[in-house]
Design a protein around this ligand. Structure first.
Ligand SMILES: [Zn+2]
Length: 473
């Protein structure tokens, strides 16, 4: 029979809903959750359904990563829709939002957006959306990008590492912001300013600093670079009333300023990343270029303040900033005669983390008394709101897509290349024992990833599709 409704159910003693943790059965009709039914009450309407019983495994809403670098088209040898979405599904994600800078062409106009759209179909295992770029001089493209369906924009206040995606200064930002405010979409900003960085690098080079040390990298990206940028952005947010989102906050020194801006009622949200919540500068080894990211990983005491701010709500959400590259760009070993490996100033910055973000986070969260409900808020509900897709995803509720994750919060495992499903198996977590294991991921009602013992199985047919967020008529 054509168009028959597919009706089935998933049962767990620990379903994480906005109302808290429930012993419940989720009824799924085609792609949608149509009932969240308490297991204590038997109901003859559901008893005949094919039901998968997860027992004590927790059932979480599909995670949403608002900060993924997919790099396709143009740098598919770094990553791509196939590998990034497999890695994401294995990490419990059902939606990723791609950054506009590492692909070629960069996503700074509707025509470049269309080129990316042509590269994606038939490859993505999970759903995705595509951020637009706000760069030096593309303000005339911002509203057309919104009409074409981007959920928001990304800007850099410092050099982003790719020549084709220009950083933007205050004067140019002020030309762009009226257009962004008109769309109602968020502007995500890499918040570091150049002058404190340039001064620090001049001093380090004048004093013969050793660039194979993480201390040197840390000193070259001082807290002040983030503080100056965030102060400027808050000022602009007050003036132009656009939705401001600070990506990958690293310095805890900015938290009082952010809390004050929120109290003032400014439309400001903030993310941090699992690596800032798990790692600390004190334990990063020399030549540890796998740990290189910008802003850098700071001190243990800084990390504790980030945790407090996340729990207090000053930081709204957690995003991976999954930013992979080929091994030669990490400069782990010398690839040419005379090259010095392990130099932080020469290695590509960025940590690939889609497959490990959830357990890296949970390993730390559990010792701070955090719950799975909080995890669902920071990794699913809050990013859904930022991206503008919370009507469809972000929680286990009737009417939403059956995007689900079976998670064993008590299991431990060791990070090996086998569990990293992105293209290049590089990770600062290699060999580390982590807490919490993703056992299965469902996209709109259908399984896309299953882990049985140590065997990872993926859906054969990629069903991932793009969220179109046309906000302007
Ligand atoms: Zn990034």
């Amino acid at each position: 029979m054509a168009n028959a409704t597919r009706l089935h159910a998933i049962r767990s003693r620990r379903v994480i809903t906005p109302q808290g943790e429930l012993d419940a059965t989720i009824v799924i009709e085609d792609e949608i959750i149509t009932a969240v039914h308490p297991n204590a009450h038997t109901d003859s309407r559901f008893s005949h359904l094919p039901t998968e019983d997860l027992g004590n495994l927790a059932l979480l809403p599909g995670l949403i990563d608002a900060h993924t670098h997919i790099n396709e088209p143009g740098r598919t040898e770094w990553e791509g829709f196939v590998t990034a979405t497999r890695a994401a599904a294995a990490g419990g994600f059902t939606t990723v939002v791609d950054m506009p800078l590492n692909c070629l062409p960069e996503t700074t106009s509707v025509s470049s957006l269309e080129i990316k759209r042509e590269a994606a179909p038939g490859k993505a295992l999970i759903d995705y959306a595509l951020w637009g770029g706000c760069v030096d001089g593309n303000q005339q493209h911002l509203e057309p990008l919104a009409r074409a369906g981007v959920p928001g924009y990304k800007s850099f206040l410092v050099y982003p590492g790719c020549d084709g995606f220009t950083s933007i200064d205050r004067a140019n930002l002020e030309r762009a912001l009226p257009h962004i405010a008109a769309t109602g979409l968020p502007l995500l900003v890499h918040a570091e300013l150049d002058p404190p960085i340039e001064a620090a690098v001049r001093h380090l080079n004048a004093t013969g600093a050793d660039w194979r040390r993480h201390d040197t990298w840390l000193a070259s990206r001082p807290d002040q670079a983030e503080l100056d940028a965030i102060a400027m952005l808050i000022d602009l947010c007050r003036q132009y009333r656009f939705r401001l989102h600070i990506v990958h906050l690293s310095t805890a020194q900015a938290l009082p300023m952010i809390a004050a801006a929120k109290r003032e009622g400014l439309p400001l949200t903030v993310e941090t990343c699992p690596h800032y919540l798990h790692l600390a500068a004190e334990t990063i080894p020399d030549n540890g270029v796998l740990y290189k990211c910008a802003p850098p990983i700071r001190s243990e005491s800084n990390r504790e303040l980030l945790w407090q701010a996340l729990i207090a709500g000053t930081i709204d959400l957690v995003a991976t900033d999954h930013s992979p590259c080929p091994p030669e760009l990490k400069r782990l070993t010398a690839t040419q005669l005379g090259e010095e490996p392990g130099r932080f100033d020469e290695a590509w910055g960025g940590i690939a983390s889609l497959s490990t973000a959830l357990p890296v986070f949970w390993t730390e969260a559990i010792s701070r008394g955090c719950t799975l409900s909080q995890l669902a808020q920071w990794f699913s509900a809050a990013p859904a709101t930022l991206v503008g897709i919370s009507a469809k995803v972000g929680s286990i509720e009737v009417g939403k897509y059956a995007n689900l994750v079976a998670f064993d919060p008590d299991a431990t495992f060791t990070v090996t290349p086998n569990v990293l499903h992105y293209r290049h198996k590089l990770s600062p977590y290699m060999g580390e024992q982590l807490l919490g294991s993703v056992r299965g991921t469902w996209l709109r009602g259908e399984p896309v990833f299953t882990r049985t013992e140590d065997i990872d199985v993926f859906a054969v047919t990629p069903r991932g599709r793009e969220y179109l967020l046309s906000c302007l008529s």
